[in-house]
Design a protein around this ligand. Sequence first.
Ligand SMILES: *[C@@H]1O[C@H](CO)[C@@H](O)[C@H](O)[C@H]1NC(C)=O
Ligand SMILES: *[C@@H]1O[C@H](CO)[C@@H](O)[C@H](O)[C@H]1NC(C)=O
Ligand SMILES: *[C@@H]1O[C@H](CO)[C@@H](O)[C@H](O)[C@H]1NC(C)=O
Ligand SMILES: *[C@@H]1O[C@H](CO)[C@@H](O)[C@H](O)[C@H]1NC(C)=O
Ligand SMILES: *[C@@H]1O[C@H](CO)[C@@H](O)[C@H](O)[C@H]1NC(C)=O
Ligand SMILES: *[C@@H]1O[C@H](CO)[C@@H](O)[C@H](O)[C@H]1NC(C)=O
Length: 628
Amino acid sequence: MVVRFLASVVLVHGALCAQPSAPSPIPAPLRELPWGQLNFLHTTDTHGWHGGHLQEPQYSADWGDYIAFAKHFRDRADADGSDLLLIDSGDRVEGNGLYDASNPKGKYTFDIIKEQHIDIIVSGNHELYLRNSSDNEYFRTVPDYKGHYLASNLDIYNPDSGKLEPLAPRFKKFTTKNQGIRIVAFGFLYDFHGNANNTVVTPVEDSLKEEWFQDAIHDRDVDLFLIAGHIPVRDSKETTNIYKAIRDVHWDTPIQFFGGHFHIRDYAKYDRKAYGLASGRYMETIGFQSISGLTTNEESTNVTTKRAGPTFARRYIDNNLFSMYHHTGTNSSTFRTEHGKNVSSMITHARKELYLDKTYGCAPQDLWLNRAPYPANDSILTWLENEVLPDSFDVKAAGSVAPRVIITNSGAMRFDIFSGPFTIDTTFLISPFTSGFRYIPAVPYSSARQVLALLNNQGPISLQDLVAFSKAHPDVETTGDKMTQLDPHHPQINVPTRWETSITSTKRFGPSLQNPVGVHYPSTPDSDNQLLPGYTTVDDGGNDGDDTLHVPIRFYDVPNCIATNIGFSTGATPDTVDLVYNQFIERWILLALRYLGEKYEQSDTREILEGKSLTEIISDWVASHWQC
Ligand SMILES: *[C@@H]1O[C@H](CO)[C@@H](O)[C@H](O)[C@H]1NC(C)=O
Ligand SMILES: *[C@@H]1O[C@H](CO)[C@@H](O)[C@H](O)[C@H]1NC(C)=O
Ligand SMILES: *[C@@H]1O[C@H](CO)[C@@H](O)[C@H](O)[C@H]1NC(C)=O
Ligand SMILES: *[C@@H]1O[C@H](CO)[C@@H](O)[C@H](O)[C@H]1NC(C)=O
Ligand SMILES: *[C@@H]1O[C@H](CO)[C@@H](O)[C@H](O)[C@H]1NC(C)=O
Ligand SMILES: *[C@@H]1O[C@H](CO)[C@@H](O)[C@H](O)[C@H]1NC(C)=O
């Protein structure tokens, strides 16, 4: 492991690229990139964060910086005769104001993203929830990346002709520019079911039987199979099936997967010549992968020159300028490129147009979703439970006399709140979900008080049993296919992720948890080297994957749901309460009540607070409580 400890460098704020309000990165010890014969840069699940993280120095570089970064690497590849390819594994949309705040959504982001040359790009599930966002792929991203966008198992009803057709070519075969490496590439999406009905996702297993796929993998003149997928690289039947299908035909041709969807850094080894890389989320991570010792076009006919390799290596780059300068051997005056600067300006311009820096108030301290235990003073959930929900649903203010139990799901929150300005941008980051609150009047308190425990898997039965219960009672309006559409293995736009974690009890799964294989926590922070908290990934390549040395961040499990009681007189238990909940969990609330013997239908529910979303409730609260 090569670690270079760098003397601290003073970086002058504003002299850099990134966004004008972005914090300067903080110098930290770095590991070198294992540059090789064929090199990749990989992004996944960027979710609109193309402006970078403006409150976290570690991830503060923007898409313009990434463009400059890639340019330096292309130059390096051309200079030393190696190759560089860029991959994006989808979920570029939804989750950041730069995308979500415009009308229509994505008004600015398509033009920004397309400035980066990407060699293989695919769709994620988020591109497909809405008819109009998949149409955007058809009309914008696919043409922008003509010849690079792949859709191995994804079709779309052509918005003009109404005919079902592949969104993009199923696969592609190409030869790398400098090394002449012959690559057959695919672009798969996991078996996703929540898409709007203008797209059709073919289950991966079925696609593998199709003639085009069988033909593609029966090609003998291939040095590398490359699968860019919006699919986890580990514990995924889709990945396993693709791997097996190729291995059935080629027992030892190298295979490289680039996956995503779980929002984690991960590197999986399938065999000596087959690996998969997942590169995190939200523009926090730029994945680097290299493969050396691949056969090439020229050599392949010469059996005697079979190389010893190949060797595979990976690195997860923290997306900040400090890392980028270091890995490209540049500094603040030599890093910038005109193209990169232009794209950074496009982002600044879009952010201005969208008023993303407009401030509601200033947070007095950091509040954490998973980085604090629950309950705790620095837990977002405790803050919601003790302050935001009681103030916002105050009984008298709302003109009601009934006591209330208010339940919301922790999955409705997506991100931490950092001390400092709470802006329009922040609202999109912490909770992009738009569902409002509803309530059921006069629910017997004896039942209402048990709902929370059921939803948190602390009741007499588990959530899995609840689902089974719903299937055994088909008369329950809220069940059947609808329930399975929650698609418990996969986070969706409106499906809170922790919620699903509990449903499936997949312990290692969880997009907010950064390490799939387990985080190791040293008992004391590394004070000698002044390491900052951050990713400390452990994967099949070991524990040296992160480019930046960090002390680990501790993550805590939090409950699926939290509840607040309002308008209870001290010492007395009410007979009935209004049961208020985030609409997103309505099915679960009705189901839990049904299990408790209270038969309510959707038609018994009513809107409350004019259907304001949790995000609106929070920003209103911030405006009246957190002065700057
Ligand atoms: C899709 O349509 C909805 C509802 O009309 C709109 O709010 C949204 O901005 C549209 N999204 C895109 C990506 O065009
Ligand atoms: C998709 O759903 C809409 C309305 O929900 C319906 O009008 C349309 O026919 C459906 N399209 C397809 C291809 O099934
Ligand atoms: C084939 O291998 C031999 C022995 O290593 C080498 O001398 C020759 O140049 C190779 N030919 C090609 C076309 O690479
Ligand atoms: C950046 O590097 C160049 C070339 O090595 C050097 O001339 C210049 O002084 C450096 N600039 C800074 C700000 O360090
Ligand atoms: C950068 O923007 C300027 C002004 O719009 C334009 O003239 C120039 O061609 C752009 N350069 C690149 C490399 O995109
Ligand atoms: C929260 O802060 C209050 C006062 O600031 C303190 O009394 C209490 O112990 C803290 N609670 C936790 C869980 O840290």
